[in-house]
Design a protein around this ligand. Structure first.
Ligand code: SF4
Ligand code: SF4
Length: 137
């Protein structure tokens, strides 16, 4: 089982096509929508995660392309919300790449070049200061 996160954009004439229904029914894919903006009769976009075997994913993505849907793979990035962070340092003990460190001033430094988006800090932070964002690849 593999999962991919997608941003799909569709034109107005596809806004009433039950895309997710087809992904489930015809290609046996499991999906989770985490952002959607769809107005009947107007163009829309949806960010979603779909899961299935390689073959099911390939066929499902091909179906979207054949329908004229613009598909972008999303990549995950971790972002520090400095307004929420209280520099407790808990996240530094779970970060496997030393992307998070407390400086000599006892303030948290986040080196996003070293981050591998493992999400350990997201789970650990009591202030919910480490956030997951998704961007177009
Ligand atoms: S665990 Fe959260 S609040 Fe503590 S230093 Fe890390 S990001 Fe900041
Ligand atoms: S996501 Fe993982 S690698 Fe990135 S800062 Fe958090 S713990 Fe470190």
């Amino acid at each position: 089982m593999k999962s991919v996160k997608l941003l799909i954009r569709f034109p107005a004439d596809k806004s009433t096509t039950p895309l997710t229904y087809h992904l489930v029914k015809d290609y046996d894919l499991v999906f989770n929508i985490f952002k959607a903006q769809i107005d009947a009769g107007e163009k829309g976009e949806m960010a979603l995660e779909i899961s299935g075997t390689e073959d099911q994913l390939d066929k499902g993505l091909q179906f979207l392309e054949d329908e004229g849907i613009e598909v972008s793979l999303l990549s995950k990035v971790i972002v520090l919300d400095e307004d929420r962070c209280v520099d407790c340092g808990l996240c530094t003990s779970v970060c496997p790449t030393e992307a998070l460190k407390l400086g000599e001033d006892d303030l948290l430094n986040f080196d996003n070049e070293k981050c591998v988006a493992c999400q350990m800090c997201v789970i650990t932070c009591p202030m919910k200061a480490m956030l997951i964002h998704y961007t177009d690849e």
